[in-house]
Design a protein around this ligand. Structure first.
Ligand SMILES: Nc1ncnc2c1ncn2[C@@H]1O[C@H](COP(=O)(O)OP(=O)(O)OP(=O)(O)O)[C@@H](O)[C@H]1O
Ligand SMILES: [Mg+2]
Length: 590
């Protein structure tokens, strides 16, 4: 049995207490110190209840909502759902919770309808096309978005975006709908419309709807209002009793009034009065006002039948959505095509007429000055060819690593919050990662093959066979793409991921040893980390004999055997993928 200092009377006379917080505390670690954000929150919420969480900015409303959603994990206390302790008996099913965060969760490039379709594909098992379209239509209808169905998210107004965010949560018909500031920053009319919509949603399927807001307008529609002040619950009861409790004329005066006493005082005085206010609130829930009676009578039992779809469906939904967004993002698309065609074109400029034959030095010692001159020119010729071949290959490699960072640096970091949201909604991290690998694999394949084939056709790089050369180029692109994807999934922001990836690419050329040989020790220490070196060494090692000799005479850098080069590049890919996996498993809501 849980012991807590301020026991709340059991609500046995109520139909059921669906949601209960028991003495919830939440603290974060800041500079080694514990900073409490929520202190001793105890509330009870019956089924089919519409509740507001209000309080001044920074008082902990979003934090409390995330505790209910299971995104924040309480440091102390218990969250109960229908009598079940969520921390010990397992969380709610992803389909049971709808959480509308304070940030936008839709892709700008998709339309309203596509966004909802995507939510359905990722979150609901539907039987057949008809059921799928019926669900999409129903949600569009319910949220008033039907006339806007083909409009791109990019052009939606603030209010329309909030509606869309709500719609995307309604696809699973959640029994608990949590909305963070979906009414903020809207004009009074739009704000009222959304509150009305939330109210109606709470009248269906015994659904609990919790709306966080700092606005104190339109409170009459709520069944209860929770006032949060400096992380403490200082009131939770009917909206009509608010003014009386805080001894104010209008709700708007509550915040200034809160500031007049220490938060802890407010909390202790609420603990004293809670029982009476709760009884009034719960009696009203049992005995609805006449106007509500009809709606209440029609309350259907909770019907969460939505089950999270399997791997294949989620994978293809994510993969095709990624391709669609790519095709619609004009800037990205242009950049990708420009570098796909431009980079190989840049490489061939240095050997438009192909690569000359090496010349055989004479077997005998030069006897005359003329022979000496001839010998010198043969050596210079070969030296130049060695430099040219090595340079051309390294140039290909460096440009491919640059493409790799462009491919992957923002891939996860740039949509982190949307991903976290979808993960909460039931998207599995491995499925998400695999969909990224499929998409990036496509880019890597096209870029590397085109680079290798185009350059080879014009410059005829003298390798023994084309296969290993192509593989080395593919592997270096794949390795850098994987590592940048790892960075992307671990980074705090997309900008941070981009910057780190660019630095990584920047170090490839100087540390590869292809331009200047590094001092022996430095070379052995840095080389293991430099993908470009292994790809370059692999290709240099598979050059035709005389060219290989020519390269040896221009660089003192050790050339590792081809097999080792393959293995190291594969290891780089493995490390990148491992980092990416660690990153996508981790929760990162900030
Ligand atoms: N991860 C975190 N690290 C540090 N501080 C945090 C973290 N999360 C929340 N806070 C702090 O906790 C306090 C409460 O934050 P929260 O976002 O819950 O406030 P809020 O009531 O939702 O405010 P608003 O109305 O502005 O959205 C704020 O002072 C915030 O800076
Ligand atoms: Mg907030």
């Amino acid at each position: 049995m849980v012991q807590h200092s301020h026991a709340v009377p059991p609500l046995t006379h109520l139909r059921t207490t669906m949601l209960e917080l028991r003495d919830i505390h939440f603290a974060i670690q800041k500079d080694g110190e514990e900073v409490p954000l929520i202190e001793g929150a105890s509330i009870q919420v019956p089924a089919g209840h519409f509740m507001a969480i209000v309080g001044p900015s920074g008082c902990g409303k979003s934090t409390l909502l995330k505790l209910i959603a299971g995104i924040n994990v309480e440091t102390k206390g218990h969250v109960l759902w229908n009598g079940r302790d969520l921390s010990t008996d397992g969380d709610l099913e992803p389909a049971e919770i709808g959480y509308v965060p304070q940030f936008s969760i839709a892709y700008e490039q998709l339309t309203v309808e596509e966004s909802i379709e995507s939510a359905v594909r990722l979150r609901v098992k539907t039987r057949g096309r008809a059921a799928f379209h019926e669900l999409v239509d129903r949600v569009l209808e319910q949220t008033g978005l039907d006339p806007l169905r083909s409009r791109p998210v990019r052009v939606l107004s603030g209010g329309q975006r909030r509606r869309l965010a709500l719609a995307m949560e309604l696809v699973t018909e959640p029994v608990l709908l949590l909305a963070d500031e979906v009414t903020s920053g809207l004009d009074p009319k739009s704000e009222q419309e959304i509150v009305k919509l939330l109210y109606e949603l709470s009248r269906k399927q015994r659904r609990i709807v919790v709306n966080v807001t700092h606005s104190l307008a339109n409170l009459e529609l709520y069944d209860s209002v929770l006032v949060l002040h400096e992380g403490r619950v200082v009131y939770h009861g009917q909206p009509r009793a608010l003014d009386h409790y805080f001894s104010v004329e209008e709700a708007e005066e509550i915040y200034p009034r809160l500031a007049k006493r220490p938060a802890e005082d407010w909390r202790t005085s609420w603990e004293k009065h809670r029982v009476d206010y709760y009884q009034a609130m719960l009696a009203a829930a049992n005995d609805p006002a006449p106007a509500e009676a009809g709606a209440r009578a029609g309350i259907e039992p909770a019907t969460t039948t939505a089950a999270t779809p399997g791997f294949v469906r989620q994978f293809f939904a994510l993969f095709f959505r990624r391709c669609k967004i790519f095709a619609r993002d004009g800037g990205q698309l242009f950049l990708q095509i420009a570098i796909l065609l431009g980079f190989p074109a840049l490489v061939i400029l240095f050997a438009l007429d192909g690569i000359d034959q090496t010349k055989r030095p004479s077997d005998s010692l030069p006897a005359t000055l003329a022979e000496l001159e001839a010998e010198k020119s043969v050596m210079e010729h070969n030296l130049n060819l060695g430099g040219l071949v090595s340079g051309l290959v390294m140039f290909q490699i460096i440009l491919l690593t640059l493409m790799a960072s462009n491919n992957a640096a923002r891939e996860i970091a740039g949509e982190r919050l949307i991903y976290e949201k979808e993960k909460l909604g039931g998207v599995r991290p491995t499925t998400y990662l695999l969909s990224k690998l499929a998409f990036l694999g496509l880019l890597v394949g096209i870029q590397s093959v085109w680079m290798a084939v185009f350059v080879q056709n014009i410059c005829h790089i003298p390798t023994q066979s084309f296969g290993p050369q192509l593989t080395m180029l593919l592997l270096v692109n794949a390795a850098m793409t994987a590592i940048c994807l790892g960075i992307s999934s671990l980074a705090r922001t997309a900008d941070q991921a981009s910057l780190l990836s660019i630095y990584l690419v920047g170090f490839q050329l100087p540390l590869s040893g292809a331009v200047l040989a590094l001092p022996s020790i430095a070379g052995w220490i840095t080389r293991p980390f430099i993908s470009a070196y292994w790809s370059w060494a692999g290709i240099m090692n598979s050059l035709e004999g005389s060219y290989r000799t020519a390269v040896d005479s221009v660089t003192e850098t050790y050339l590792a055997p081809v097999t080792v080069c393959y293995l190291v590049l594969l290891a780089h890919i493995g490390i990148g993928l491992f980092l990416a996996y660690v990153g996508v498993k981790k929760a990162r809501w900030e």
